[in-house]
Ligand binder design. Structure first.
Ligand code: ADP
Length: 449
């Protein structure tokens, strides 16, 4: 949808509401609902939001220790600058369209460096200077539940019954029972201009996966954020809860967000060399070697919460080790489409809670370093990768935070202040978790300790 089409839709009364959204550190859409008349009359140029939106946690608290903003600094404003190329209808809400914004400094109008969209744009720009485009796809896995968000919350998050009673991997009969949610998800997103490929049942009761066609990295991140938001809203409209928490039950497998990546030059896949082993070009080998070498440095961006690390368990299809392998789902990195133009590397480390802008920005920074350093790629690992003894993914949020903090690469790519901002965000999660007493401790020790 372009601005002229929006103006016509507002004039005819077809559209009355514009959702003006930014993406926060958690990957959520935050913003305001504009009357469409006011938006087309002038608000399309810019609006404002409180700058705590990029220094908060999942619960919207105001933790101390962020240099960018604080009580001390008075929590001022950021500019939200609508990116009109992202204007699109929101077909699951009546009379509504949406636009995503870049977040700018209130005074200088420069991009806020720790804004997720700005971080991804900066790495895409570096690649463009090298003559490459990043084509990416992020998968969305999540669970659907029988009850609604409100019922589950009011019940203290106890009755978490998935919508199906058994593993529904590729299962057409079971997913037919979920079509009242998933069909509108596919169709509404398609009509919002998001190139949905398919949805399928996943390898656990109540678990679904949504696949979106690969696109330029920034578009992919926008698609992911909007699709995740749509899944929540459409499930809510149908009276069901949906969860993107990576591991909501230790007895069940978790939810991931695999990221498929390839570099292109002049519209052609630059990762493909028909004469090379497996069809992997030298460029691809360098890029993948960078992804592997620096994986601990960016793991925080793939796994940002305490819970994220509960997913990395042997034998669950979630990886435990930083190795690459050919079409092997036990490795952190899986080569897909070998020997063909569709050749790409899939990173399987990310959980369903990742922020796609940060995840892709971190991985692009690592891949670029692999190219710049001319890194050599070791041969692929074969067999059951779970059995190895080396190269483990950081095992806790604390380890991932330390790797980010100590990463000269991430500091060079994003700047010290940005790295410190996200290290503080990780630390807030760790402090908060350390403070609370969990159900597990009570059940284990209440009587027996
Ligand atoms: P999986 O078996 O891991 O679920 P799928 O085949 O479902 O993988 O998903 C493949 C994803 O990879 C799709 O989103 C698709 O658009 C994307 N993809 C295909 N070709 C490329 C490419 N060259 N670069 C990046 N992503 C790609």
């Amino acid at each position: 949808m372009n601005f002229e089409q929006l103006k016509a839709a507002v004039a005819s009364g077809e559209t009355d509401t514009v959702l003006v959204c930014m993406v926060d550190m958690q990957g959520r859409l935050m913003g305001k609902r504009f009357h469409a008349g006011h938006f087309v009359a002038g608000a399309w140029e810019e609006t404002h939001c409180c700058n705590y939106l990029l220094a908060t946690d999942l619960e919207m608290s105001t933790p101390e220790g962020f240099e960018a903003t604080s009580w001390e600094k008075g929590y001022g404003d950021y500019v939200m600058k609508p990116d009109l190329t992202t204007l699109r209808p929101v077909p699951w809400l009546e009379g509504t369209v949406m636009v995503l914004c870049d977040v700018l400094d209130h005074h200088t109008h420069e991009p806020v460096p720790h804004s997720p969209r700005a971080m991804l744009k900066s790495q895409v720009a570096r690649l463009a200077e090298m003559g490459f485009d990043a084509m990416m796809a992020t998968e969305l896995e999540f669970f659907l539940f029988e009850k609604s968000f409100d019922e589950i919350r009011k019940g203290g998050f106890r009755d978490l019954t998935p919508i199906s009673g058994y593993n529904e991997d590729y299962n057409i009969f079971q997913t037919t029972k979920e079509e009242h949610v998933m069909r509108p998800v596919r169709n509404h997103l398609w009509n919002a201009g998001i190139p949905i490929e398919n949805s399928k049942g996943e390898a656990e009761a109540g678990q679904e996966e949504l696949n979106i066609k690969y696109a330029a990295a920034l578009d992919t991140a926008d698609y992911h954020s909007i699709a995740k938001h749509a899944v929540k809203e459409i499930a809510w409209q149908q009276g069901h809860a949906v969860s993107f928490l990576p591991k909501w039950s230790h007895d069940m497998v978790g939810s991931s967000s695999h990221v498929h990546q390839s570099l292109w030059k002049d519209g052609k896949p630059a990762f493909f060399d028909p004469d090379a082993d497996l069809g992997m070009s030298d460029l691809m080998k360098n890029y993948v070697a960078g992804l592997l070498k620096y994986a601990p440095d960016y793991t925080y961006f793939l796994a940002p919460y305490i819970n994220s690390y509960k997913r990395f368990m042997k034998g669950t299809f979630a990886p435990t080790r930083i190795v690459w392998s050919v079409d092997n789902r036990t490795a952190g990195f899986r080569l897909c489409g070998d020997g063909s133009k569709a050749i790409r590397i899939e990173c399987r480390i990310g959980g369903s809670d990742l922020n796609p802008y940060l995840a892709m920005a971190g991985m692009l920074a690592a891949g670029i370093a692999g190219i710049e350093e001319g890194l050599e790629l070791q041969p692929p690992t074969k067999g059951d990768v779970y059995q190895g003894e080396t190269g483990f993914i950081p095992g806790t949020l604390g380890e991932a935070r330390a790797a980010l903090r100590d990463s000269t690469l991430m500091r060079a790519a994003f700047g010290d202040k940005v790295v410190e901002h996200y290290c503080r965000a990780a630390e807030v999660e760790i402090e908060e978790f350390a403070r609370v007493v969990t159900d597990w401790e009570i059940a284990r020790g209440f009587e027996r300790a």
